[in-house]
Write a protein that binds this ligand. Structure first.
Ligand code: COA
Length: 155
């Protein structure tokens, strides 16, 4: 059974460890182990708890996933969607994405981004109703793609 609930600051070390594990595949894809999810410090993650809602997914008594989002001026920025490699491809990532959106019933739009070469991430987001809005070049070899989803009007 999978449960998704609000994470607390005491979950931060486990979330950071899972983040470092989950993003190894992205680092390998870009041949870059200096990407922000791999270099974030515990202190920086702890600070995020004051501005963001962070969710955790628990299965078999173990942390298997997480996602976070923060909202300002009607825009909700979703980030760091992660699932433990041994638990991927079972729908947990998609469920986490829906769960974080449900935390913000009043926003007008959701925005997130992923590496432009991360095709399975782009598929996941597009399946969830996100549309590509723009691409930003980070270097001659790497770029990130932004996607957004208009929230359903209440009612
Ligand atoms: C991105 C990430 C969170 C997705 O998590 P996930 O739990 O595997 O996501 P889902 O299971 O919802 O979907 C992934 C795939 O599994 C498939 N799937 C879902 N449920 C399934 C099931 N029961 N049986 C078989 N396949 C299934 C989906 O169709 C999807 O397939 P696709 O890649 O061919 O489109 C995970 O891969 C991850 O942690 N990646 C590294 C970090 C990262 O890149 N995060 C995003 C940064 S923006």
């Amino acid at each position: 059974m999978l449960t998704i609930e609000r994470a607390l600051p005491q979950d931060a070390p486990a979330i950071l460890a899972l983040q470092r594990l989950a993003f190894q595949s992205e680092a390998a894809l870009y041949n870059d182990w200096s990407i922000p999810p791999l270099t974030q410090t515990l202190e920086a993650l702890l600070k995020e708890f004051s501005a963001a809602i962070i969710l955790k997914a628990i299965a078999e008594g173990q942390l298997v996933g997480s996602v976070r989002a923060r909202c300002h001026d009607g825009l909700c920025e979703v980030g760091r969607l992660i699932v433990h490699p041994a638990f991927q491809r079972r729908g947990i990532g998609s469920r986490l994405l829906t769960a974080i959106e449900d935390q913000f019933p009043a926003v007008t739009r959701f925005e997130l981004f992923t590496g432009s070469k991360s095709e399975s991430n782009l598929r996941l987001y597009q399946r969830a109703g996100y549309r590509i809005t723009r691409t930003k070049s980070l270097s001659p070899a790497a770029s990130i793609t932004y996607l957004e989803k208009r929230a359903n009007p209440a009612g």
